[in-house]
Design a protein around this ligand. Sequence first.
Ligand code: ZN
Length: 275
Amino acid sequence: MKIANQNNRAVIVDGENTIDIAEASGGRFGPDPQTVLAEWDAFIDAAPSLTGPSKPLDMSALGNPTGVPHQVFAIGLNYRTHAEESGMKVPEVPATFTKFPTSLSGPFDDIEIVGDTVDWEVELVAVLGRRADRVSEAEAWSYVAGLTVGQDISDRALQFAAGSQFSLGKSRRGYGPMGPWLVTLDEFDDPNDLALGCSVDGEVVQDARSDDLIFSVPRIIAELSSVLPLLPGDVIFTGTPSGVGMARKPPRALAPGNVVETWIEGIGQMRNVCV
Ligand code: ZN
């Protein structure tokens, strides 16, 4: 099942059509995607019986499929090749920061370029469907509602200012495109091994597979939930593979007019224009 956020309302995507979850459930779930995720198990039980007038899918009206989550976790240096290109040691625990929730944006929203060090980072994003507190790696997938595509857009100058402030440098407004929808785990042959990549103006700049993650999605959930509870609707950006602009020789940065396309196998593709 694919869940999208169309005109700020959670919808089930069915081919070219959508079913409004709040309308179809008589107000039991939604319309805010966070309220669907807050009762994810009940929603999954009810979903097969949710029918209603369908409306056409309007890609231009899609927002971040999770709405505004309580917590957003992001993992740095989580692909060996990216740690190497960054000249940093492969960490022994997930290198964790946040993207502040108001920085998240939709799959076709513009990216406002500030300065000349704004960079791309394709990332697999996991969304929680249950409260996860001290869960083991073995059971962690059962806490995930689904997966989506993310861009961890990064202002490198701000990220490394004042010593280092990853959270702020990755949280300019609109610097977290997500989407186009949340895809439930039953739709994947193997959610641990998905092709992902991104292009700038049609040139592929990142191309990898998620089985190269140093800390897998279940391992990240186990590690984070050993420190604090993760809430339904929370978002985890799992880290980016090699090919970011900062590591290129010479370095590259996004500029107004660039078009960033970002995709993950089995989920879909985003398209964001830099302005
Ligand atoms: Zn990142």
